[in-house]
Design a protein around this ligand. Sequence first.
Ligand code: SF4
Length: 223
Amino acid sequence: MAPDVLLAWGAERFGAGLVCLSALGAEDVVLVDMIARHALPIEILSIDTAVLFRETYTLWSKLEKRYGISIAGVRSHLIPDAGPTSPDIDRLWERDPDACCAARKVAPLRTALSTRQAWITGIRREQSETRRHARQVEWDNAFGLVKLNPLASWTSDQMWAYIREHDVPYNTLHDNGYPSIGCEPCTSAAVEGETFRSGRWRGRDKTECGLHVVPAPLVERKG
Ligand code: SF4
């Protein structure tokens, strides 16, 4: 199914129970553009771990301005808007990155999704081995709701062609060797021959932050 058709179906099927989680990557800006282009009533969220790249925060503002939208920040209660970060998670990525992702990303997202019926993500099958079986529509066992992956079958070339054709704002780090962009302390540029997510948690076995686990098919769709 074409991604924009799936988005429109999701908006119709789930109404306010549907939310789009934007990681502000190249896939995510495509989805933001499609949602805005078709004026779909889909709320867009982004997890603010408080340690994103400056370029990512710049893109966040740019998207809001370009499309006249608001991208709500999802943040751990351990990271107050003002004042110091809780010592429980301050620089936790150095000691225990799994616990850090759980606190900064998974827990606040779980709260944000607890009142929803479905969420939209930008994952694509070719991004990594763990995402190879992603379907456009699946049941998310971890969070207990439907998961829509409109771009599941898209290649990197398709995504960048869309971005260029529609002049979609994107993170400038992509032009400097960062195919996948997460938090600044855990993301490095990839070198020639490395895979899409090689720059994430470099030197560790970790490949995922815990937001995307093995999917369960809800509806078999060919992308
Ligand atoms: S990517 Fe790194 S800094 Fe960000 S939440 Fe995970 S471990 Fe923490």
